[in-house]
Design a protein around this ligand. Structure first.
Ligand code: NAD
Ligand code: DAU
Length: 409
């Protein structure tokens, strides 16, 4: 920020989730100032991730909902908040297919309420604080849709083309944030990053799910033909990019952020198996790769994501620092050393999700050789193709508890 207010706090929404927790821990470790974490503690929010700062006087945890305008207005006022970093969301694509309502409720309506509360707060600030204030909308590359193998990567000027309820809800929030900047002058910054990985990621996402299942002797469910491509960004690189945007970007700016690490899903899973074979070999000596199974594809599965990050490199001098192979090794080591954390986040809701989502998903074992996918598998459609029809299953619902401050759950 151009004129930082020294004692104003940062309000981090969704700070008990994967990226939010990493951001809060790094922010405090780097002595950048005090933080108020606001989190509704849905199935994806875990206070265990913030345990190391539970007694830190610079950190306040508030159990509450971004849609609770009274609660948010009070926090902004009482903590003289100088910036909002908005992570809070329903974030899992498969869950959005099974039950889109929660995504519209939190990602669209919740984000809108937060923007409105921030706008009202901005109106109460003096000129210096007003000029320093920022609202950082943490979005995703998924709003840009799906790329074919030879399409140019997503950039800040790529047209939105969301294809899942999740990405549609994120795109809606991004449009509302953009409108708040253009119409009301709320100093919004927007980032669109690729797939994050690293410590504290909830084990419903590809990498931690595969590590968890491998260790439990369960199948490693690869959707479709496993040839979908994701760009992998280590969460610490994402956090450093967000700090750069927050402190140096001009209001209204938008940045795409990636890890320069495009990989096919099947290759990621095979690499994970090889790392586990080395670091925690199976009794009996068989490779974890024998647990790979190709299962029914995700409906409307985006085929490829890729990021052009020349703008953030040239404007802010930011580049990812973590090589994917090293980052993946470190991540596997972290999960092997923190199996207790994984167990602690596996609530009954999580097990119900696994049962509902995977139990009836047809599939065939790939075996150690990693042979081709089953007939049940179908590749996702590249940009421009029609979406496939799919059966949806009713979702589990996430609790939205009332606000309460402190570190207890
Ligand atoms: P996550 O699911 O791990 O965490 C989300 C957090 O938000 C949880 O702690 C949850 O309790 C909280 N939350 C949900 N609804 C809330 C509400 N109404 N009020 C307050 N808190 C609420 O998500 P994540 O992977 O850490 O993603 C964080 C943000 O980054 C999301 O906005 C997501 O769209 C975006 N993003 C994620 C990735 C990724 O790879 N994980 C990539 C690009 C963008
Ligand atoms: O690109 C950014 C997005 O990355 C974020 O906006 C989302 O919040 C985040 O969840 C992530 O979305 P993906 O759908 O790409 O992530 P996920 O980990 O669910 O899946 C990664 C790839 O692996 C995807 O192509 C689907 C595939 N997959 C996933 C699971 C859970 C499987 O093959 N099997 C699985 O069991």
């Amino acid at each position: 920020m151009s004129a930082p207010v020294p004692d104003g706090a940062l309000l981090v929404t969704g700070g008990a989730g994967f990226i939010g927790a990493n951001f809060v821990l790094e922010w405090l470790a780097g002595n950048h100032g005090s933080v108020v974490t606001l989190d509704a503690l849905t199935y994806a929010g875990n206070l265990a991730s913030l345990a190391s700062v539970a007694d830190d006087p610079r950190h306040t945890f508030v159990h509450g909902d971004i849609a609770d305008r009274e609660c948010v207005a009070r926090l902004l006022r009482e903590h003289r908040v100088r910036a909002i970093v908005h992570f809070a969301a329903e974030s899992h694509v498969d869950r959005s297919i099974a039950g889109p309502d929660a995504f519209v409720k939190t990602n669209v309506l919740g984000s809108f309420a937060l923007l409105e509360t921030a706008r009202a707060y901005l109106g109460t600030l003096g000129q210096a604080e007003r000029e320093a204030f920022r609202f950082l909308q943490v979005s995703t590359d998924e709003v840009y849709g799906s790329l074919g193998p030879d399409d140019p990567p997503f950039s800040e000027t790529t047209a939105f083309d969301p294809r899942s309820p999740y990405s549609a809800s994120k795109a809606a929030a991004d449009h509302l944030a953009s409108a708040a900047w253009h119409t009301y002058g709320l100093p919004v910054l927007t980032t669109h990053c690729s797939n994050n990985y690293g410590p504290f990621q909830f084990p419903e996402k590809l990498i931690p799910l595969m590590i968890r299942n491998a260790r439990r002797g369960e199948r490693l469910p690869v959707y479709g033909d496993g040839q979908q491509v994701r760009d992998w960004l280590h969460v610490s690189d994402h956090c450093s990019a967000l700090r750069a945007v927050l402190t140096r970007a001009a209001p209204g700016a938008r940045y795409t952020i990636g890890g320069s690490s495009e990989r096919r899903n099947l290759d990621v899973v095979r690499t994970l198996c090889a790392l586990l074979d080395e670091l925690a070999p199976r009794a009996g000596g068989q490779s974890y790769a024998t647990q790979i199974a190709f299962v029914t594809d995700r409906p409307g599965h985006d085929r490829r994501y890729a990021i052009d990050q020349r703008r953030i490199a040239s404007d802010l001098g930011w580049q990812p620092q973590v090589r994917f192979e090293q980052g993946l090794r470190d991540t596997v080591c972290w999960y092997l050393e923190h199996e207790e954390w994984v167990r602690s986040v596996e609530s009954g809701e999580y097990r119900r999700w696994l049962d509902m989502h995977y139990a009836n998903r047809a599939g065939t074992a790939a075996g150690a050789s990693g042979s081709g996918p089953s007939a049940a598998a179908s590749p996702g459609a590249p940009r421009g193709e029609e979406p496939r029809a799919a059966a949806a299953t009713p979702p589990g619902s996430a609790a939205m508890p009332a606000s309460r401050e402190g570190h207890g759950r």
